[in-house]
Each structure stands twice: as structure tokens, then as C-alpha cells.
Design a protein around this ligand. Structure first.
Ligand SMILES: [Zn+2]
Length: 572
């Protein structure tokens, strides 16, 4: 039995994610986790909310709530929606957890011991009225480039020029509007990534099976220009992990917190400890997933993320791990995605453009979305969501192919043989041909799933559904029954067994439909079909079943037009 550690890029806390976010990390990670569990492997699937940083503080201020309270509420909201989409995390943690605080401080201490942290004195804007330093987004003023009066300290939204807060003319606090600002010196810690350049380079060179796209992005960041730069890991904020060297105070760093980019990926590890603590497990139970000196040497670690996160996961987080000098698990496979666009434009959280996860579940059950999103995953290039395509894909694949097969075979059996698997007859050449085709296709499906080829997997699964439909069409038990009821009984027996086979194979994509089918078949045998012939006689003659309700309802033109109109604008 293989052991597989899976992490999905952790979603930021400030608001509900859109379908583009979902298909770029959490959903394909869930697909892979469900597949590996289905094969009987041991899986640890982790995700969390990313809760620190200025956007969380600003969103909390906008909601008029203390930031800790805001994050706790939004975590609960995101967890509930994740459940709605049947995302099967072993734990959905929080980067603000005490476990992540302790582990982040631990890593910083180890990096300092290794001589990989240096102190840098910088000039930053301090607000006397607010009694705090103002990070870039907290300062507004006039753009020196175009004269726009509401430019932010990091960028002018009007002319898009990147700015430094000290560039702004007539700067003021975005918190209080105060102009009583001054530039003060402040000290920050930098992670000496440049010293780890050769180690990272060698590690990336050892990844012969990574896609060229991934390694080339990493190599570019390592070598272009002056090469990999040292990076600040602390900020003058209240909300975050307090700067400490392990358990000890860090002289000169009082009142500062770690920068969110530093603590967020450490949550991948801390999340496993949260899982252990929440489930009455020991440290050994989670460390066997993460420490190669404590049992994780045979673990395969796979990360899922959008393409914009690749540099971070191939360089910055590995720099933290390698620099610590401790035997933490490094990523083995990294699956990244392009972007999903929405109806001729981009999904946008800030503009509220597109369909958001909560809205999606209000109009249709999760399986409809899971199927469309995964079968159109933006793998080799960006892909686009359109309502026409969504309607067509749901109606054809789910309703006409899978749903129709299930409906025809169960209803025909009920009308001619009653609600139990019929006895009599044997499988003939036609059935043997189907079994052979299915054997070949199931192995291909497994291969694509192992390789995390999401679209190819969905195409193969669909082909497996189609094979059953074509068999049923040509075998035509409704005609055969008149002449040879025994033969029809064998055909129907095969068809009912096919439904169980489909339920098991389809679970990674459409887990709710699987539950419905298994309940209708009165079976809890979810064993993976290693042998198609054996799998197709799992339900013996006399086994009772019920005809399930409509598995997938078709999307009508009226519904499509209605939703198209409803989601054409922006979310308030
Ligand atoms: Zn400007």
C-alpha cells in the first residue's frame, strides 16, 4: 500500500472563492485523493485557510470586526462550502492556529542557527495618529507619475506604476486619513535565499520527471538577473505570528510578526499536527507523513496549485525546509494549472465577476460542477466557462450517457424480473468483448489518474460509460426477452453490475452520484475493479436493488438563460 501526502494551495481568508480558484487547486487535489483512497492507498489530504497579512486586516476592518473574529467566521464559511463540494480533506486547518505559530517560530529559529537570517534596517512610514507603521497598502497619496490622488503605497491603480510608499505626494493613512506621518527606521529579518541557490538548483535538477514548464519557471527565478534574492520575512503588523526564535524572544523584533509568505506554506505541515491534535492522535502519527527520519521516507508528496504559485512552491518554501537542516519532506510532484476564464473575460474576486462557490451550490448540486470543471480543467492552456458549454456537457455526459444507462437498465429489470438481479443465462461473446474493452479502458483510466492528467482521465471515464450504453443498445435485452428470457437475464445482470462498476470508478469525479448508486444497489462493496470480469459478477443473482431517482436532471434552455443573465454582472 502506497502512502500519499496531498496538499492543495491554501485559499486566502478574505471572502468566498470562485470556480476558477476551485479548479486550480482544491478540486483536482480532491480528485487525486479520492482516486488514491479508492485504490486502497493510504492518503493524507490537507488544506487550510491562509489568514495573515494586510488583506485580512483590511477585509476585517471593512466588515467592522476584529480580525481574529473575522478570520474565524470566514474559515467556518469556507469549510462549509468545501463540504458542499465534497472536498474530502483529512483536515481543513488555519494558518493562524497555535500549531502553525509554534512551527513557524521553530523554522525561523533553525534558519537563524544555520546563519540564514540577517537583519536589515529599512525606512518605513509611521503614523503618529494611528500609533503604528503603515505597510504599503495602508498609505494613500498622489501618484508622482500621473497625478491620481488615490494611489496606494504599492501601486497606482490608475497608471499601474509600481510605487514605494515614500514616493507618494501628500501621503495619508488609509486607516485614519491622518497626514501626521513620518519616515522611521525599522529593523526586519531577511531569509538569505541567495545562499541556498546552489542547493535549490541541485534539488530541481534531480526532478527529472517534472514538467519543463515547472522547472523552467524555477530556473528563471534562480538565475535571471542577479539570481535568487534574499527576502524579508517580517513586518510591522499586529496580526500574524509573533517573531520568535523557536521558544525564545528575538531581541529587537518585539511587536513584529512574520510575513504571511513565510508562515503560509509552513501551515501545510502544521495542518497535519492540527489533524493529529483534533483527532486524539500523537505527534508520531503526523510526523510519519512529514519527517523522513520518522517514517515519511516512503511517502509520495504531491502539491496542487495555480501556475502563479509555482515559483513560491519550487523555491521559497523549499528554501525554508532545506535551510532548516532538518529532515522535512520536500515535494515530489507538483501539479499546476492555468487559468479558467469566465464567459469572455476573467473570473475576478475583487470585481465579483463570475460564479462563486456558494452561488454555484445554490443553483445545482456539487457533482454537476465537479464534472464540468474537472473535464474542462485548464491544464495545457487556459480554458473558458460558458453556460452553453456547461449545459451541453452536463446534459450529454451526465444525463444522456451515465444517467440514461442507469435508468434504462434498472427500470427494464424491475418491469421484467422485479427488483433483484436476475438469475439464468451466461455471458457470451458480446459480453466478453465488453469486458475486454473495459479492462483496457480501466487500465488507461488508472494511468491518466496516476499521472494527474485530469482531462484525459475524464475522457476515459466517459468512454467507459459510453461502452456500457453501446453494449446495451446492441444487446437490446428488451427485444431478446421475447425470444430468450434467459439470455436477457444475463444481459441485465451484466448491466446492473456495470452500474456498480461505474459508481466505483466515477467516485473521484462525482462522489454524490456514487453514493446514490451504491444505495440503490444496496451495496457497500466499493473495491476497485482490478479485474473487470470479477467486478462484473460482484452482485449475484437474487441481490435486491431499487430504481434510483433521476441521477442527473437536464439543464433546460430557460435555466441556462436565467443563470446567464443572473451572473452577467458583478457580485455586490
Ligand atoms: Zn499613477
Amino acid at each position: 500500500m502506497a502512502r500519499i501526502l496531498i496538499t492543495s494551495a491554501i485559499p486566502y481568508i478574505n471572502g468566498i472563492k470562485h470556480l476558477g480558484n476551485l479548479v486550480g487547486s482544491q478540486l483536482p487535489a480532491d480528485l487525486y485523493a479520492r482516486f488514491q483512497r479508492g485504490r486502497g492507498n493510504e492518503v493524507m489530504f490537507l488544506c487550510a485557510t491562509d489568514e495573515h497579512g494586510t488583506p485580512a486586516e483590511l477585509a476585517a476592518a471593512k466588515a467592522d470586526k476584529p480580525v481574529a473574529e473575522y478570520c474565524a467566521e470566514m474559515h467556518a464559511v469556507q469549510a462549509e462550502i468545501a463540504k458542499g463540494f465534497a472536498l474530502s480533506f483529512d483536515h481543513f486547518g488555519r494558518s493562524s492556529s497555535p500549531q502553525n505559530h509554534a512551527l513557524t517560530q521553530h523554522f525561523a529559529g533553525k534558519l537563524a542557527e544555520a546563519g540564514l537570517i540577517r537583519e536589515v534596517t529599512e525606512k518605513q512610514v509611521y503614523s503618529n495618529a494611528d500609533g503604528r507603521f503603515l505597510p504599503d497598502r495602508y498609505i494613500e497619496g498622489t501618484c508622482p507619475n500621473c497625478g491620481y490622488e488615490r494611489a496606494r503605497g504599492d501601486q497606482c491603480e490608475e497608471c499601474t506604476k509600481q510605487l514605494d510608499p515614500t514616493d507618494l505626494i501628500n501621503p495619508r493613512s488609509a486607516v485614519s486619513g491622518s497626514t501626521d506621518l513620518e519616515v522611521r527606521e525599522t529593523k526586519h529579518l531577511y531569509l538569505c535565499q541567495s545562499q541556498l541557490k546552489d542547493q535549490l538548483d541541485a534539488w530541481i535538477d534531480s526532478k527529472k520527471d517534472w514538467p519543463v514548464l515547472t522547472t523552467s519557471i524555477a530556473k528563471k527565478w534562480l538565475h535571471d538577473g542577479d539570481g535568487l534574492q534574499d527576502r524579508g520575512i517580517t513586518r510591522d503588523l499586529d496580526w500574524g505570528v509573533p517573531v520568535k526564535k523557536g521558544d525564545e524572544d528575538w531581541p529587537g523584533m518585539e511587536g513584529k510578526v512574520f510575513y504571511v509568505w513565510f508562515d503560509a506554506p509552513i501551515e501545510y505541515i502544521a495542518c497535519a499536527k492540527e489533524w493529529a491534535d483534533a483527532n486524539g492522535k500523537t505527534d508520531a502519527d503526523w510526523e510519519r507523513w512529514w519527517r523522513t527520519d520518522k517514517g515519511a521516507e516512503d511517502v509520495k508528496y504531491v502539491q496542487f496549485m495555480g501556475k502563479d504559485n509555482v515559483p513560491f512552491h519550487t523555491l521559497s518554501f523549499p528554501a525554508t525546509i532545506l535551510g532548516s537542516g532538518e529532515p522535512w519532506k520536500l515535494v515530489d510532484h507538483l501539479k499546476s494549472f492555468n487559468y479558467l476564464n469566465y464567459d469572455g473575460g476573467q473570473f475576478s474576486t475583487s470585481q465579483g465577476r463570475g460564479v462563486f462557490m456558494d452561488q454555484a451550490l445554490e443553483i445545482l448540486p456539487a457533482d454537476y460542477w465537479r464534472w464540468w470543471l474537472l473535464s474542462h480543467a485548464p491544464e495545457s492552456s487556459d480554458s473558458e466557462f460558458t453556460w452553453e458549454n456547461f449545459q451541453q456537457s452536463v446534459n450529454k455526459d451526465l444525463a444522456d450517457v451515465l444517467g440514461n444507462f442507469v435508468s434504462r437498465i434498472t427500470k427494464f429489470c424491475r418491469s421484467k424480473f422485479g427488483e433483484e438481479v436476475p438469475a439464468g443465462g451466461d455471458y457470451g461473446p458480446q459480453e466478453q468483448a465488453l469486458i475486454e474493452e473495459l479492462s483496457t479502458r480501466i487500465r488507461a483510466y488508472e494511468g491518466h489518474m496516476e499521472a494527474m492528467e485530469v482531462r484525459k482521465s475524464s475522457q476515459e471515464l466517459r468512454a467507459i460509460w459510453v461502452a456500457g450504453n453501446e453494449y446495451l443498445q446492441s444487446a437490446a435485452p428488451w427485444s431478446v426477452f421475447k425470444e430468450d428470457p434467459e439470455r436477457a437475464a444475463a444481459q441485465v445482470r451484466l448491466g446492473l453490475n456495470l452500474i456498480r462498476l461505474y459508481a466505483v470508478l466515477s467516485a473521484p469525479f462525482i462522489p454524490h452520484a456514487t453514493d446514490t448508486l451504491m444505495a440503490a444497489l444496496n451495496s457497500d462493496d466499493r473495491s476497485w475493479p482490478e479485474d473487470a470480469a470479477a467486478a462484473l459478477s460482484a452482485l449475484p443473482a437474487g441481490h435486491g436493488f431499487t430504481v434510483p431517482d433521476v441521477l442527473f436532471a437536464k439543464i433546460t434552455d430557460e435555466q441556462r438563460e436565467d443563470w446567464q443573465a443572473r451572473f452577467s454582472g458583478t457580485r455586490s
